[in-house]
Design a protein around this ligand. Structure first.
Ligand SMILES: [Zn+2]
Length: 447
C-alpha cells in the first residue's frame, strides 16, 4: 500500500525505454508477449549477478509497495526476480536464471500464477484489514509487509481508542490491541470479504483526487492509481488485487505485538489461512493423540499433567534430600580422624555437581570436617574443597591451590569453600593427590 505515481511512457533517463505495466489494467493476465529493450547484469536480493532484461511491457510485478516480485518464465528461461530500476522506477528489470535472447527479440512471458494469486489475496486482504482497523479503532496503517508465510500491518492506535483494560499501566504511552478486539475486527472484515464486493481501479488526476475519500491524502503529485473496494475503501496503490473480495476467501489475524509505540498485526489470507488451519488442526490432533484425549479436552489434560508434574517434582526433591542425608551420614562415618580433623575424601564419576555441593554444605555444618571432593565429567575433573567454620587454621583456597599445583588446572575460593577444575586424571591419582595434601597439612601442623 503505497502512493504510486503512474510511470510515464517514453524513453527513460537510463537510456532504456520505460516498461508498460500490463498488470495495472489486468491483474489476471498470466501470459503476454513483449520486446526486449535492454540487457544488463544485475544483482538481486541474493546478491548474485544475473542477466537481466528490460521489456517494453510486462505482466511481471516488480518488488514495490510491500508486495514481492512475481516469478515465472520468459520463453523457457526462469525469471528469478523482478525489480524496478533504482535510478528510474519506470524501467522494470527481469533477472534471469541464464542469459536471455538479444536486444530486440520478441519473447513470451508467463507468470507463476499460484504465487501471484497468493500475493493478490494477501494484498487485497491488507486493504480490507487496514480499512477495518480504521473503522473500528481509528487506527491508521503506517507499514505493510507481505512476507513469504505471513504478512504484517503496523497500526498507529490512538490512546483514547484503547479500552481501560487494554492499556499498559506501566507504559501509559503504549497502546495495546487485545485479542478480543482483534477478533471483533476480524469478524467484521470477513463479513466484507463474503459480501464479494467488486475491486476496481481508476486513474485519478491531482485535482480530482481531492474529491475521493482516500484513507490517506496522496503523498505524491500527478496521476494517482486508486484501488476501490466497492462502498468500503479507496486507497492509492500500485499493487495487484483480486477482482472481488470473495476471492480472498478468509482473513485470519495470527499475531498482535507491540511495535514502535504502536501495534504490529500479523495475518494470513486465502490459501495461506487454509494452510495455517490445517497445520493448527494437525498439531491439536497430534497433541490429543499423545495425551489420549480429544482436542476439546486438551487444556484439561495439560492442567492435569502440570498438577502431576508438580507433585512428582516435590516427591523427587524430598527423595533427593533423603538420599543426600544418607550419603552425608555414610561419608561422615567413613572419615579418617587425625588430630581432631575429620578428613572426608571422595571421588565420583559423573555425579551431579550440585549434589556434591549439597553434600559439602551438609557436612561442613558439623564441627571439625575437612572435605576434598572430586567429580570426573568426561575429559575434566571438578574439585571441591571445604571445611567447617571451626577449623580456622585451615584455608580451603590454599589447599585447592596445592591440589591444582599437583594436578594442573584452575580454580579458587575462600577460606571455607573453594572449587576448581583439572584436566582428566585417573581417580586413583586424584585420591593420591588428596592424601598428599592431607599429609602436607599434618606435617605443617606437627612442626
Ligand atoms: Zn494494494
Amino acid at each position: 500500500m503505497t502512493w504510486t505515481r503512474i510511470p510515464g511512457v517514453g524513453t527513460a533517463p537510463t537510456g532504456v525505454g520505460a516498461t508498460a505495466r500490463l498488470y495495472y489494467d489486468d491483474a489476471t493476465l498470466r501470459e503476454f508477449d513483449a520486446t526486449i529493450l535492454g540487457l544488463r547484469e544485475l544483482a538481486g536480493e541474493d546478491g548474485v549477478p544475473r542477466s537481466a532484461v528490460c521489456l517494453d511491457r510486462t505482466a511481471f510485478y516488480p518488488t514495490s509497495g510491500g508486495q514481492p516480485y512475481d516469478t515465472g518464465v520468459l520463453d523457457e528461461i526462469r525469471v528469478v526476480e523482478v525489480l524496478e530500476d533504482p535510478a528510474d522506477t519506470s524501467v522494470i528489470w527481469h533477472l534471469l536464471a541464464e542469459p536471455g535472447p538479444p536486444q530486440g527479440s520478441t519473447v513470451v512471458g508467463r507468470i507463476d500464477w499460484t504465487r501471484r494469486f497468493d500475493h493478490m489475496q494477501q494484498h487485497t486482504g491488507q486493504h480490507l484489514l487496514s480499512a477495518a482497523f480504521e473503522d473500528a479503532l481509528s487506527a491508521s496503517t503506517v507499514g505493510f509487509h507481505l512476507g513469504s508465510t505471513s504478512s504484517t500491518i503496523d497500526l498507529e492506535i490512538a490512546r483514547s481508542e484503547c479500552s481501560e483494560a487494554s492499556m499498559r499501566s506501566e507504559a501509559g504511552e503504549r497502546s495495546q490491541l487485545t485479542w478480543e478486539t482483534a477478533f471483533e475486527v476480524e469478524a467484521a472484515v470477513n463479513a466484507v470479504v463474503w459480501q464479494n464486493r467488486p475491486v476496481t481501479v481508476s486513474i485519478v488526476d491531482e485535482e480530482a483526487i481531492l474529491s475521493i475519500p482516500l484513507r490517506k491524502p496522496p503523498a505524491v503529485t500527478g496521476e494517482i492509481r486508486v484501488v476501490w473496494i466497492n462502498g468500503y475503501d479507496a486507497s492509492a496503490c500500485g499493487g495487484t488485487h483480486v477482482g472481488a473480495t470473495g476471492e480472498i476467501g478468509i482473513i485470519k489475524i495470527t499475531g498482535i505485538e507491540h511495535y514502535k509505540g504502536g501495534v504490529r498485526v500479523s495475518f494470513v489470507c486465502g490459501r495461506r489461512a487454509l494452510k495455517v488451519y490445517q497445520a493448527s488442526l494437525h498439531t491439536l490432533q497430534s497433541a490429543g493423540l499423545a495425551l489420549s484425549v480429544g482436542p476439546d479436552d486438551l487444556l484439561g489434560a495439560i492442567a492435569r499433567l502440570q498438577d502431576e508434574t508438580k507433585v512428582l517434582r516435590r516427591d523427587v526433591r524430598r527423595l533427593r534430600e533423603a538420599v543426600l542425608d544418607d550419603e552425608a551420614e555414610a561419608l561422615w562415618a567413613g572419615a579418617l580422624v587425625v588430630d581432631g580433623v575429620r578428613a572426608i575424601t571422595s571421588h565420583w564419576d559423573g555425579k551431579d555437581f550440585a549434589d556434591v555441593r549439597a553434600l559439602a554444605g551438609r557436612l561442613r555444618e558439623r564441627a571439625g570436617a575437612l572435605l576434598l571432593f572430586a567429580v570426573t565429567e568426561g575429559e575434566t575433573v571438578r574439585v571441591l574443597v571445604a571445611r567447617s567454620d571451626d577449623l580456622e587454621l585451615l584455608h580451603a583456597g590454599a589447599i585447592l591451590r596445592a591440589l591444582l599445583d599437583a594436578l594442573g588446572g584452575r580454580g579458587g575460593g575462600s577460606a571455607t569453600v573453594a572449587q576448581g577444575g583439572t584436566p582428566y586424571h585417573p581417580p586413583e591419582m586424584i585420591l593420591t593427590a588428596f592424601q598428599d595434601a592431607l599429609g602436607g597439612l599434618r606435617r605443617t601442623a606437627s612442626t
